[in-house]
Ligand binder design. Sequence first.
Ligand SMILES: Cc1ncc(C[n+]2csc(CCOP(=O)(O)OP(=O)(O)O)c2C)c(N)n1
Ligand SMILES: [Mg+2]
Length: 586
Amino acid sequence: MGRNRIESTNHVSGFFEINTDLCGMENLKTGLLSLAKLMKARGIKHLIVSPGSRNAPVINVFCKDPFFECLVIVDERSAAFFALGMALNLQKPVAIVCTSGSAALNYAPAVAEAFYQKVPLLVLTADRPVEWIDQGDGQTIRQKEVFKNYVKASFELPESINSSDDLWYNDRLISEAINATTFPDAGPVHLNLPFTEPLYGFRLESDHQPKSIEISIVKQTLPDVLLEKLKARWQQSKRKMILVGQQHPDHQTKYWLEMLSADPSVVILTETTSNLDHPHFIQTIDRCLALIGSEINAYEPDLLISFGGHVVSKKVKSFLRKAAIKTHWHIDPVDFQKDTFQHLSIGIPMSPEVFLESFVPLALKGKGDFASKWQAVYARSKAIHREYLNSAPWSDIVAFNEIFKELPSHYTLHLANSTPVRYAQLFDFVSEIKCFSNRGTSGIDGCTSTAAGACFAKDEPTLLITGDLAFFYDSNAFWNNHLSAQLRVIVINNQGGGIFRFIDGPQTTGLLENYFEARHQTSAKPIAELNQLRYFEANNSKELKNVLPQFFSPSESAVILEIKTPPEVSSEQLKEYFRFISTSKV
Ligand SMILES: Cc1ncc(C[n+]2csc(CCOP(=O)(O)OP(=O)(O)O)c2C)c(N)n1
Ligand SMILES: [Mg+2]
């Protein structure tokens, strides 16, 4: 309680010391109890706690209530990414709570990722009373709205409830916060919770039943005028391309795209992170574009339709930005004005599956050879890909080839940023493998924690393929008691940031090894030992082929496989791979 705002009188009843304030309202932390009740009412049961004092009231209220599944992860950065992974796989909001101060700031990387990847997180940060901000008190920072640039909404609950209006206001804010985690699209919401002492010893229940405000989802429809306009434009377009960015597996969307893929004038480009697999869909975009090379005219669309989140391929972004596209429609409930390819003409504010359901049945079939030209490139690139890998020396790309040959189809795949998510785009995937990657902000700072959280959420077989810097950066991901034995982590250890050996620029500086690649001799083995995890190592194709079946077999604990690859050869091989494709004929 603010030392100079409201004096409280104390009296003892039963086991609890009850505080009251001037209004005689029992300072039961009623506001916080409403939060628990409303989260319960909305089925938000997962809470990841990072220890602290200021958040003790939350720990007390939630972790003693059997409804809530509370986990403990000390490192707030890792805790938030773990929660992101859980929410990603459950497709439901997950809550995180930490104490005041820099603890809250450590949530920021995952909060930003959740914002751009549209993952529902309820971010609870305990705070000091406002009057103590900037007054030299410990663990006290300007925390209110600290994530405002990358959350759907920020709220601060009243520090104390002094009237029924305070209570109504408190409960209303909580409902708005919970609703904002999923509507109109999913994302993180920040709830700052200033607490006054006492932080302990207050009653954990109250008679107050907060009112929950829910949002009813209405079905959108395409107005006839717009529908007619889109149908006309579709018919006029000889070459239609549909590009799907990152999204969750969705059978409805797949069904409608399959329908469109039978149209000879339509090409459908997907990535592993689009989670859409079909023989008619062009999966390995970079491979195809390398083969097309400068002959883009014959392969560029005049109508582009896009939806989903971030697109991994840099090549397709530059191809489409250069292409003579006449019309581009982007479909998204919120980000419908995203002009990634600089050709946007119509933003359609609705969900892709509802748009496809309304539009595809009315889209007249086209003519021509646009689809067959792309399919020919696709098939040819597959053959060249195989031919190249048959004789390639031990390197990152050969390691990926071995991994994907052995990857059991029931696994969920997580791809760390930097080259792992890019190598994966070069391979044809066995169907139905769910694929995730933190492409919202493309950071290397939480890939392992995210995969660990996603795996924990459904306790399903999960493989993370990560680079070595990303692995060491997030080695705290293993520092908790919630690691599923279904988790498999492959570290491609090329002794540094191999991507900087591949992209143009760093080589020309003379500073590559130290300041870009951050060359090192560190092994993942001590991290496996520190966390009592099974560990395997492979230094060449033969060892890798031998160890993969064991690696994927059941185990008591999560398992780490470190694959050691030669940095120079690996980047050279990737460059050679693209040279080999681009000098081949379609
Ligand atoms: C948090 C964060 N810091 C820095 C970067 C810049 N960055 C992109 S890739 C990369 C190197 C990653 O190395 P590694 O994980 O070993 O993957 P590799 O490039 O070898 O495949 C870095 C530092 C980033 N994406 N995210
Ligand atoms: Mg590396």
